[in-house]
Design a protein around this ligand. Structure first.
Ligand SMILES: Cc1cc2nc3c(=O)[nH]c(=O)nc-3n(C[C@H](O)[C@H](O)[C@H](O)COP(=O)(O)O)c2cc1C
Length: 385
């Protein structure tokens, strides 16, 4: 296999890039986030009962909160893991080029590293790296571990043109040999007790090398693999090809996590059935429907799930804004993040749309805070721990 032949060529390194994460443009983010839920993902009734599916639910489900650059940062991870249901979360990718990141940089992406890699609610957070210079990625991974990281994930799926142009993310899916080399190098250099995992798409332009890439990751020494079931060219266009996750799962010896287009409990049941995976990663669905993981976990335990009502959600919105303000008071961050979130939630909750309209023209933190005072009074924010 090409991957194995590549063992001989391990000295050859890919060129590095001098750019960092900021090159993932806002337009790409907006494009991915503007996706409306697929038909059938309309607002569910408050109490949903999926009795028919109860007896085929996965025995030991694992729910992972997706890494999402510019969307699921530490504040969103804090909020969503407080709400419940998640077993693990992953940081936004940390771009590795020619430098070695300092402690403040690592903590910027994953402040959980200073808290035993746990969100305030106690959910473990994995640090994700993106790059193609295996040697420098290994040096950086070791630094991350020195500063507290307990698990490293590698990104082989980012579709951003600037990242791909500099040989990072999904473009590496054209070079399974290089993927193997990167995984192998990191596995060799990292301490044995630090788990190494990877996340991939199905390919760059087509799926012809999907299995080869997955095997490169597994044979390189990763102990787990997440598959976002689309190629780079497919972007975020529905549908995600869940049947490919099963093919990959059948051809590698490591546990596979299924990812792509899980917006509802029913989608979760469908992706587990089609892919055969008991581990599922939730991205946009968890942001649009912040209790999605909690619903899935409830269903797994009881065979029924209770959806949050908007009074409860209103409490989360206020808490989110307070957490954003605590992180970056005096900046545009709290208002921008709140608008971004409401803009996504309005696809599921009409009330979020009304709130979005109410604050759309507001710019100052204080005026938004005042507007939020009237929202969800009396609802209790989720506790930590
Ligand atoms: C705005 C945005 C940012 C993303 N950032 C990352 C990232 O930093 N690392 C990564 O591996 N995947 C990233 N992804 C991909 C998601 O983790 C996930 O694979 C994808 O959104 C499909 O899952 P979903 O349908 O549940 O959202 C990003 C996706 C979006 C829309």
């Amino acid at each position: 296999m090409a991957v194995k032949q590549h063992r001989m060529k391990q000295g050859r390194q890919a060129k590095t890039s001098k750019h960092n994460n900021s090159f993932v443009g806002a337009s790409a983010v907006a494009q991915a986030l503007s996706l409306k839920p697929a038909p059938g993902n309309a607002v569910l009734s408050r109490a949903v009962y999926y009795t028919m599916h109860f007896f085929r639910r996965p025995i030991s489900m694992q729910l992972i909160l997706a890494p999402m650059q510019g969307l699921i940062d530490d504040v969103m991870r804090d909020l969503l893991t407080r709400i419940g249901g998640f077993d693990e979360c992953v940081s936004e990718f940390v771009r590795i080029t020619h430098t070695v990141h300092s402690r403040p940089t690592w903590l910027k992406y994953a402040p959980e590293m200073a808290n035993r890699n746990l969100t305030p609610a106690g959910v473990p957070c994995t640090v994700q790296l993106l790059g193609s210079d295996a040697a420098n990625m290994a040096v950086n991974a070791l630094e991350a571990v020195r500063f507290g990281a307990g698990k490293i994930d590698l990104n082989f799926g980012c579709p951003a043109p600037t990242v791909n142009k500099h040989k990072g993310g999904a473009v590496l899916l054209n070079e399974p040999e290089l993927i193997y080399h990167i995984v192998c190098t990191l596995r060799e250099r990292l301490p044995a007790h630090i788990p190494l995992t990877a996340k991939m798409r199905l390919g760059f332009e087509d799926k012809t090398r999907a299995i080869e890439c997955a095997q490169a990751i597994a044979e390189g020494g990763a102990c787990g693999l997440t598959v976002h079931a689309r190629t780079k060219t497919e972007g975020y266009e529905p549908p995600a090809h869940w049947e490919w996750i099963r093919k990959i799962r059948n051809s590698v010896s490591v546990p596979v996590t299924a990812n792509g287009d899980v917006f509802t409990l029913q989608d979760y049941l469908d992706i587990t059935t089609v892919s055969g995976c008991t581990s599922v990663m939730l991205g946009r669905g968890a942001v649009m429907r912040p209790d999605l993981a909690r619903q899935i976990k409830q269903y797994g335990q009881n065979g029924s799930a209770q959806e949050a009502d908007f009074t409860e959600i209103a409490g989360w919105i206020r808490l989110f804004f307070d957490l954003c303000t605590a992180k970056a008071a005096g900046s545009k961050y709290p208002v921008a993040r709140l608008k971004q979130w409401l803009g996504m939630m309005k696809h599921v909750y009409p009330q979020a749309g009304e709130w979005f309209s109410r604050i759309r023209t507001l710019k100052e933190t204080a005026e938004v805070k005042q507007a939020l005072e009237t929202l969800g009074r009396g609802s209790r924010p989720p506790a930590c721990g």
